[in-house]
Write a protein that binds this ligand. Structure first.
Ligand code: URA
Length: 290
């Protein structure tokens, strides 16, 4: 979205009595409602083209082979709260069908994973969902009760809000990829433990390295901590230029935060507009290169 469009959008919403910058009274439209009347892109039209991967790519070997039957001792030894992979470099980009088959393989591994104790209480692992060629990967924290039951990330109340947020910038969950830092539900929806994150994060890294999106959208502090090693307030991270293995990262609050504090939804809107502008500018650059 060009700056003028963004100003026009702001003005349009102001005429509706909504101040996007404060977030007061801002509500995201429901994906089942008719498209919102904004001067932005038509939500019915997918605004971003999927990646066109290069023609030839060798099959990529597993980057993070799971250990055979890790013991609880091994779990403790390997535990480390912060991942320092933000500076690494991405492996060769795979073709679409290779990406899909690698993701399916990893999903199978996650469903059989017994590295931490969460496997004892999960109904199923919740790996991730969406387009293997997605321009953006949204990264949450971990499955809740609804996700544990359905086997899909962000299908509960926070997920419904995420769907609306996506819709507000012309995206659907089928056009993006959605994953969590940890793949199994912590009992009682408690926060993931550092050792659980340490033992699970290789799945997320693999998802990101396989998909190689143009942008990563971190939903909340666990995504930021895991990918960026950032342990400060999310509010402070929102305008920092993070990148993970060369992929731009947008830091944003978790949708559950907006459920608790609806007056802050303007922040989600701002972050989504940043994402939209970023993807558009990358698309333009790609267009110029031919
Ligand atoms: N919260 C998350 O972080 N992830 C989900 O999948 C659902 C809720």
């Amino acid at each position: 979205m060009e700056r003028d469009d963004w100003v026009a959008t702001l003005e349009y919403w102001q005429t509706c009595g909504v101040d996007l910058l404060s977030g007061d009274r801002l509500d995201f439209p429901s994906p089942t409602a008719p498209p919102p009347h904004t001067p932005g892109p038509n939500p019915a039209t997918p605004p971003f083209q999927p990646f066109k991967p290069p023609e030839s790519h060798p099959a990529r070997p597993a980057q993070h082979p799971p250990p055979a039957g890790a013991s609880q001792d091994a779990v403790q030894k390997k535990a480390s709260p912060v991942l320092s992979s933000a500076e690494g470099s991405l492996p060769a980009l795979l073709k679409s069908d290779q990406k899909k088959s690698l993701l399916t393989q990893r999903e199978e591994e996650a469903s059989n994973c017994r590295r931490c104790e969460l496997h004892l209480t999960r109904s199923q692992a919740v790996f991730g969902v969406g387009d293997a060629d997605a321009p953006v990967v949204f990264v949450g924290e971990g499955p809740g009760a609804d996700e544990d039951r359905m086997g899909e990330p962000f299908v509960g109340a926070a997920g419904k809000l995420l769907d609306k947020m996506l819709y507000a910038v012309g995206l659907t969950r089928e056009q993006v990829y959605i994953a969590n830092v940890i793949k199994c539900r912590p009992p009682g929806n408690r926060n993931p433990l550092p050792e659980e994150v340490a033992l699970c994060q290789h799945f997320l890294i693999d998802q990101l390295q396989t998909i190689q999106p143009k942008a990563i959208f971190c939903l909340g502090k666990f995504a930021l901590l895991t990918l960026m090693g950032y342990d400060g307030p999310v509010g402070k991270a929102r305008n920092q230029p993070f990148s993970w293995q060369g992929i731009p990262v947008i830091a944003s609050f978790h949708p559950a935060y907006y459920l608790r504090t609806p007056s802050k939804k303007g922040a989600a809107w701002q972050d989504l507009i940043r994402l939209q502008k970023l993807l558009e500018s990358l698309e333009k650059k790609r267009g110029k290169k031919g």
